[in-house]
Design a protein around this ligand. Structure first.
Ligand code: NOJ
Length: 533
């Protein structure tokens, strides 16, 4: 594979998230798999992405769609085999596409061999690898803390002793099937460093780190008190782990560590990106930002300032497998996203959402740093809000009344009706029949389609010298309009106001997200311009 700037690909890559279960099904069981990804690499090449990140594909009871990992060194039979994963990595490389795997260090599956041993025998050494704790109250029948889990709900489950009596409790920040690991234990640290090497040795170019800020817990188990240090979010000890991981990654050429770090304080977020820690982290501030010029501009400034301070590249993320798809978000009256403020079922104007999503694509693909594309966003897919409760699989639904299944629906590839070429049978989650206009086949060659917009934008980004490197400057623009220059000759203008606005002086139009009205940029649109020198 040729790389013009070895050693820094992750700084300005376009990284496509593959959700293996929903990408393409090769064996007709309704669930996507590795052979499905291999068969569809052509789509990713045509899109022009630099790398793919696969959500977990390891053996798992699937209590949390694979984020409950039973064995980090193998592949779940539903997805294929290790040999198939290796073949995918090699074939992607041959197509010029790097690969990133998803590692989940905060917890394992309750079916992981360590936890099974720990549960079977309270004296087993594996007990120390988790958070077993006696309960409170006279008979120990109250949980050790009242901590609320990351999905909502409680965080402790009581065990039963071998003699049948009630035993200790164990901690799980997510579901009971995802016991938290004890990162104070050297065996846990050694194990994960070895897992990193396992995948780096198989040629993967990066690691996405799940729940990266949650690993350490305050041993005193204090309550969560507003304004005080949180007992399990962002404890300082975590940085030592990522320094060690960085050292592991540097034993290989061009490997990147990318953290899932949800953090309201941008300075604390940036701590994860210091030069000896992670290479990049997902920008959820941007993802959750309202469709509003002033707020968006403030978010971009905040992001660039925080990353500049630590010399890390920013990332631009609009969607992923956990959040409401942005076509839907941007079509609502409230365009922000947060797990706490559930907007499910509130009115959506999909036409408006799509129009804004097109503009957002040009925004996210022209800001300095790396851009993430979640599978299906290049097709303009919206959230499926009509999944019957009995078909929902997300464990968050029972705890928080919000299901992430709606953004995880299998991709529509071709044809006029479900399963739209995804499979030969009914997919694991239902696809909206209205997606017949959003298949890859239907959009290919249609210049007005979302897919062709993404293809053109990614190709133009590659070819545009101004879009590589950190150069960025705001241009004067009216209220409700964002305009910036990248390099001497490239500009992006985004109109978030309700009126069409005059374009700034330019030499030519490179790419508009919607039809220009002469020299006017309509509302909820963006355009890439070539500036005169
Ligand atoms: C974040 C992942 O993105 C999400 O899907 C998962 O449920 C949690 N971490 C727990 O692993």
């Amino acid at each position: 594979m040729t790389d013009p700037r070895p050693g820094s690909w992750w700084r300005d890559a376009v990284i496509y998230q593959v959700y293996p279960r929903s990408f393409a099904d090769s064996d007709g069981d309704g669930v996507g798999d590795i052979d499905g990804i291999r068969a569809r690499l052509g789509h990713l090449s045509a899109l022009g992405v630099d790398a793919i990140w696969m959500s977990p594909w390891y053996p798992s009871p699937m209590a949390d769609a694979g984020y409950d990992v039973a064995d980090f060194r193998d592949i779940d039979p539903a997805f294929g085999t290790l040999a198939k994963a290796e073949a995918l990595i090699a074939e992607a490389h041959a197509a010029g596409i790097r690969t990133i795997v998803d590692i989940v260090p905060n917890h394992v599956s309750s079916e992981h061999v360590w936890f099974k041993k720990a549960l079977a025998d309270p004296r087993a050494p594996e007990r120390e690898l988790f958070w077993f704790h006696p309960g409170r109250g006279e008979n120990g029948d109250e949980m050790p803390t009242d901590w609320v889990g990351e999905f909502g709900g409680t965080t402790w489950t009581r065990t039963t002793n071998p003699d049948g009596t009630p035993g200790d409790w164990y901690l799980h920040l997510f579901t009971p099937e995802q016991p938290d690991l004890n990162w104070d234990h050297p065996r846990v640290r050694a194990e994960f460093e070895d897992i990193l090497r396992f995948w780096f040795d198989r040629g993967v170019d990066g690691i996405r780190i799940d729940s990266a800020a949650l690993l350490f817990k305050d041993r005193a188990l204090p309550p969560v008190v507003e304004g005080e240090r949180h007992p399990f979010h962002d404890l300082d000890e975590v940085h030592e782990v990522y320094r060690a991981w960085r050292r592991v990654s540097e034993g290989y050429p061009d490997r990147a560590l990318i953290g899932e770090v949800w953090m309201p304080e941008v300075e604390r977020f940036a701590n994860y990106l210091r030069p000896d820690e992670l290479h990049a982290a997902f920008n959820f501030d941007f993802l959750g930002c309202a469709w509003d010029a002033a707020l968006m501009r403030a978010c971009i400034d905040r992001t660039l300032d925080a990353h500049r301070a630590v010399g890390a590249p920013a990332t631009w993320v609009l969607s992923n497998h956990d959040v409401t798809r942005h076509v839907t978000r941007y079509g609502r009256t409230t365009t922000t996203f947060s797990f706490e403020n559930n907007l499910d079922g509130t009115p959506v104007d999909l036409e408006l959402g799509t129009r804004r999503a097109r503009a957002a694509a040009l925004l996210s693909l022209s800001l300095p740093g790396a851009t993430y594309v979640y599978q299906g966003e290049e097709l303009g897919l919206w959230e499926n809000e009509n999944i019957p409760v009995e078909r929902m699989q997300d464990p968050m639904y029972a705890r928080r009344g919000h299901s992430r299944d709606g953004c995880r629906v299998p991709l529509p590839w071709s044809g006029d009706e479900p399963p739209f070429g995804f499979s030969t049978t009914q997919p694991w989650l239902p696809q909206p029949p209205e997606w017949k206009d959003r298949t890859v086949q239907a959009q290919t060659g249609d210049p007005s389609s979302m897919l062709e917009l993404y293809r053109s934008a990614i190709a133009a980004r590659k070819a545009e010298p101004g879009l590589h490197g950190p150069d960025f400057a705001w241009l004067d623009a009216g209220a409700g309009v964002l305009a910036y220059r990248r390099g001497p000759q490239f500009a992006c203008v985004l109109n978030l106001s309700p009126e069409a606005v005059e374009l700034p002086a330019h030499q030519s139009v490179l790419l508009p997200s919607s039809q220009l009205e002469g020299t006017l940029l309509p509302p909820d649109s963006a355009v890439w311009l070539r500036l005169a020198t």
